[in-house]
Ligand binder design. Sequence first.
Ligand SMILES: Nc1ncnc2c1ncn2[C@@H]1O[C@H](COP(=O)(O)OP(=O)(O)OP(=O)(O)O)[C@@H](O)[C@H]1O
Ligand SMILES: [Mg+2]
Length: 238
Amino acid sequence: MSIRVDEVSKRYSAYPALDGVTLEVREREFVALLGPSGSGKTTLLRIIAGLDFPDSGRILFGESDVTDQPAAQRGIGFVFQHYALFGHMTVERNIAFGLDILKRKARPPRDEIRARVADLLTLVQLDGYGPRYPSQLSGGQRQRVALARALARNPRILLLDEPFGALDAKVRRELRDALRSIHDAIGLTSIFVTHDHEEAFALADRVAILNQGSVEQFDAPARIAAAPGSDFVRSFLE
Ligand SMILES: Nc1ncnc2c1ncn2[C@@H]1O[C@H](COP(=O)(O)OP(=O)(O)OP(=O)(O)O)[C@@H](O)[C@H]1O
Ligand SMILES: [Mg+2]
């Protein structure tokens, strides 16, 4: 589903965290938000998720204005670096969590949930890991579980905030490739936050470069590399 961010502003103190941000993400597109610490990446992602609300401007999913909707109503999946798994639940229960908590009328039957969890474990290449606990997994495996959990309710939009930040370079590359294949396979529209420009350029169809709450440039990686839109972009990519 397409996402439109329309003139969104947000301030927490004297300085704006977002200053009139406009961005259009196409259906099935993979967009990276790239920028230095404090540039507004997390703020923008939280506002798209409905975990925070703008002072002004609008958020549209497809044709519908979701600006005032809370996260639970937006039908999105998200993976945040610090949104940890539940340590007292098995991998299976962690993945099923979003389905288990639905009211009885909306909740799929038990064997349907079990089948869905099995499919998701296959998708993130963790077949057989269902009965384990998070403490028995590597960091990369935990992030795979977090990704499966985010996909459990079959969202059309996936939002990720530095999901692989704490992992070593090799595991990071593997997960990045796995994420891109999953995105393509299930036809998601994804926004991925990172401050690592190599990661952004390797993964995304288009990259939005943020600086102090504004979008400096939004274009395909090759085009940004060939023609940096400002001195800021040029020096950030060095
Ligand atoms: N809850 C908050 N209260 C006050 N200020 C905040 C809050 N959240 C963010 N800010 C401020 O808004 C600005 C943007 O922060 P944001 O977290 O969006 O940056 P970021 O690009 O995600 O940075 P990082 O790469 O370090 O995660 C910063 O100046 C930050 O201090
Ligand atoms: Mg952040």
